[in-house]
Design a protein around this ligand. Sequence first.
Ligand code: GEK
Length: 243
Amino acid sequence: MTERDRIYRDPQAQIVDFAFDAQVAEVFGDMIRRSVPGYETVVPITGLLAARHLAGLPAARHRLYDLGCSLGACTLAVLQQFPEDSLTAIGVDNSAAMLDRARSAIADPRVSFVGGDICDVELEPAGVVILNFVLQFIPPERRNPLLERIRRSLEPSGLLIVSEKLRFDTPAEQADYESAHLDYKRANGYSELEISQKRSALENVMIVDSEAEHRQRFASAGFGTVRQWFRCLNWASYLVYCR
Ligand code: GEK
């Protein structure tokens, strides 16, 4: 059971940069559902799409990485959709607090949770990599090298599943989606103070790209077909194939 997110409820003398610490891990399930439109659809469908892809690969390719796994929600969705013993699932996150909770919530012999920076961790040959709502937290100059490494681990027939918040190049479109997203947060019970304090905390930490930038980056990392499979306001999910 996740606690209610009240982290930014009271006025804070100084807003420090957002971090995935113990306080955030404790309320994370509630925080992400109330902040990311579509999250409750993206997680189970990610499990379904990953399982479909794994089912078409030889057992030697039944390795799955969930990079930036947080509490392991997407890992769990794949474990449920793909019941084969051949599956090896590895959730990676650099927040010890998140991983402690993931380990105690998900007891399946096919999964291991590894602490580390996804930009440095060694990736073995895999069939599917999940990168849901994580690239936006990686320093921009490290995003290309990360995608290149993922591509190498996925060759030749792997699938990368990516979800991100989007930025729009047209000011009117950006303003419309940004304000609809704020309404989404208000409708989920966040106050103006909570919204503005969280926004300040995320300012230097979460750097959002446009869909064109994502597509350009996938191409330059050597990926082939890219399909948007979900979109809700300014949040989108992609299937990114090696070929
Ligand atoms: C979900 N995918 O539930 N290395 C490892 N982990 C990192 C790094 C890094 N360099 N940077 C950030 N993280 C999940 C949600 S949350 C998204 C992902 C959000 C981790 C960070 O610790 C956090 O757990 C996760 O990426 C981002 O579908 O909070 O909006």
